[in-house]
Design a protein around this ligand. Sequence first.
Ligand SMILES: Nc1ncnc2c1ncn2[C@@H]1O[C@H](COP(=O)(O)OP(=O)(O)OP(=O)(O)O)[C@@H](O)[C@H]1O
Length: 332
Amino acid sequence: MGTRAGASRKDAAAPPPSPEGGAHAVVTTGLTKRFRGGQLAVDGVGLAVPRGSVYGFLGPNGSGKTTTIRMLLGLVTPTSGAWSLLGAPMPGGLARALPRVGALVEGPAFYPYLSGEANLRRFDAADPGADPRTARARIGAALERVGLTAAAGKRYRAYSLGMRQRLAIAAALLGPRELLVLDEPTNGLDPQGTREVRTLIREIAEDGTTVFVSSHLLGEVEQMCGHVGVMRAGRLVAQGPVAALREAGAAPRLRVETPDVAVAAAALSRAGLDGVRAGDGEVTAHAGEEPPERICALLVGEGVAVRGFGVVRPTLEEVFVGLTGEGFDVEA
Ligand SMILES: Nc1ncnc2c1ncn2[C@@H]1O[C@H](COP(=O)(O)OP(=O)(O)OP(=O)(O)O)[C@@H](O)[C@H]1O
């Protein structure tokens, strides 16, 4: 799987990174989960999450994202496969790695009548590895990090949706973390809350923390993440830098605006272009090797009234739909 040099399909020839990690915060090889009922939820997944990246784990509902995340954190036992977190092979290294990993998998249960700060105190006290003598500083730093210092004394029930989710992220940041794992952190948020969480994730990454964030929203991944892994029906179908994935999947197409659709389509086919599609007032085709200006001249030479001409690249959404075979909700 090509993850360092650029985006590639899962079956590309590049060797998988070593399970020890090194430059990667998370590495999995052949990670598989078959539930007792026989359901194959995750099927041979090979993730490579570069340290320092914001990695978007994208896939439609039910494609296996949560099950993968639960396996990474030791909450579900894989049927087969290997994985490492922060360079420690799992599951043996869980006790060593987990204190350096913050996770938000199922929203933490907060008491509505307690303040944000008091809720964090309860969380901190429940962590056997946390030194009570330094709790105050830890909680203060976590509230500061998510921008809730001013609202620390406010009751949780008075928090906006975005503030509630930021408090949940603060609970995952009680302590210095090298890796933050967030499962659908903007699910159910209003646009304002979504913006707040997205900005916060970017800020956390700027501090040097690797962020692994799952989402079924393509637009969100596009706005937050430099890297992406795309799941389809339990399998990882693509992985790499977002920009490289866009390039790799997006063969440019020629687009001709003309009232002479049939004539133009025939001329493009005769010129040897593949994938000629005639639409309403336009014809498109794979750009191929021929310089576009030559194609344009050829069309004009054949008497086609060319009203518009250009080379267009498919959107990232079109690339992903091609990979997953499903539509994505592009709103974020
Ligand atoms: N405990 C379980 N027992 C049996 N099947 C399960 C279990 N947990 C999940 N599954 C199934 O495994 C598949 C993957 O589910 P998973 O929750 O990992 O997907 P997802 O991509 O996170 O989707 P969503 O965003 O809807 O949570 C689904 O078909 C789901 O029904």
